[in-house]
Design a binder for this molecule. Structure first.
Ligand code: ZN
Length: 339
């Protein structure tokens, strides 16, 4: 099969053996796969992210080649041994991006388990979720990133009268905005330096967009010091946590969603005097993954503006370059079988 493999910090499209499903696994044909911000981080900072992940207990197979891709929609092709075969061959499915291997749980699209920047991949049967016929591949590819928003908003425990500030309007910021909008949150302020991303934030439900180079995104919240205020950090750069702690109003809650592998220090006294709460979030639960699929299936999310282009495996290297520029790309979808 064909796959876009990371070799020596570059993408190489190469023929490799099609994997064979083990116990409880299915072989699935990739219909579409989104490029995630974490893929960009993994591509750029593979080594430091890997040592951080390893230290945190993630299983890493150093001998396997890195094939990214965890935002996939696939078609069931064949069943391994010890499977229940609840699906038919040809059924469209998606799944949380984990694969069971014996008693280990491997992250798909990392050095631990091959991802979906390839024609085929192995999935764990019990994690498969059917994709309803009415849901397009494009929309279904957004189930995974949208689930990150579902989880972040759930963890923030924001109430209907709360005010939200979303910092960073890349895919995860947009997912968070979409879920806040779906939840009926009245004030959703979004901050990003990119005019295009501010426009998208508005299309996805932000009630006010701010260019942080021009004005403070906290400004519109300063007159309501007793209101509930939640900041969703969706950038993932060192220094942002400190900046937020320094600038938020008293009693604010900070939800850290952006993937940051560098150090970020803040002054606890500042956070204490404001009685700030800081919540870190990671992935989502299987239930939240299903809620995300449901939200998209029921047409409750305006997802179309989110997808900026579709490519095949040969286009991955270029797409990674284009994704560096927020004016050019937002969410790129790979169709491994398209010409
Ligand atoms: Zn992702």
């Amino acid at each position: 099969m064909k796959a876009a493999i990371v070799r020596d910090k570059q993408f190489v499209v190469d023929e490799i053996p099609t994997p064979v499903p083990g116990p409880g696994q299915v072989l699935a044909k990739v219909r579409i796969c989104g490029i995630c911000g974490s893929d960009l981080h993994l591509f750029k900072h593979a080594e430091e992210l890997l040592s951080t992940a390893e230290a945190a207990g993630m299983v890493i197979d150093k001998n396997s080649e890195l094939i990214l891709g965890h935002e996939f929609v696939a078609e069931v092709v064949a069943f391994g041994p010890d499977t229940e075969q609840r699906f038919n061959v040809g059924d469209r499915v998606c799944s949380i991006p984990f694969r069971k291997q014996g008693d280990q749980l491997l992250n798909i699209g990392t050095p631990a388990a091959q991802g979906a920047y390839a024609e085929y991949l192995l999935l764990t049967e019990e994690f498969l979720v059917p994709v309803p016929d009415a849901l397009s591949d494009e929309a279904a590819a957004l189930v995974e990133p949208l689930a990150v928003g579902v989880h972040a908003v759930a963890k923030s425990a924001i109430t209907d009268s709360g005010s939200a500030l979303v910092i960073g309007c890349g895919p995860i910021g947009l997912a968070t905005i979409a879920i806040l909008k779906m939840r009926g949150i009245e004030q959703i302020v979004a901050a990003d330096y990119s005019p295009r991303r501010r426009g998208l934030a508005q299309q996805m439900g932000a009630t006010l967009v701010v260019d942080p180079a021009e004005e403070s995104p906290y400004q519109s919240f300063s007159d309501e010091p007793n209101g509930e205020f939640v900041v969703y950090e969706c950038v993932g750069l060192p220094g942002l946590l400190k900046q937020i702690v320094d600038q938020v109003p008293k009693q604010a809650k900070i939800v850290m969603i952006g993937l940051c592998a560098g150090d970020d220090s803040y002054t606890p006294l500042t956070a204490m005097m404001k009685e700030v709460q800081i919540q870190f979030v990671y992935y989502y639960t299987p239930e939240e993954f299903s809620q995300s699929l449901e939200a998209l299936s029921e047409g409750r999310v305006n997802w179309e503006p989110w997808v900026s282009s579709k490519i095949n495996l040969d286009g991955v290297a270029n797409a990674f370059r284009a994704l560096q520029d927020p004016e050019r790309e937002v969410k790129v979808l790979i169709e491994p079988f398209s010409k």
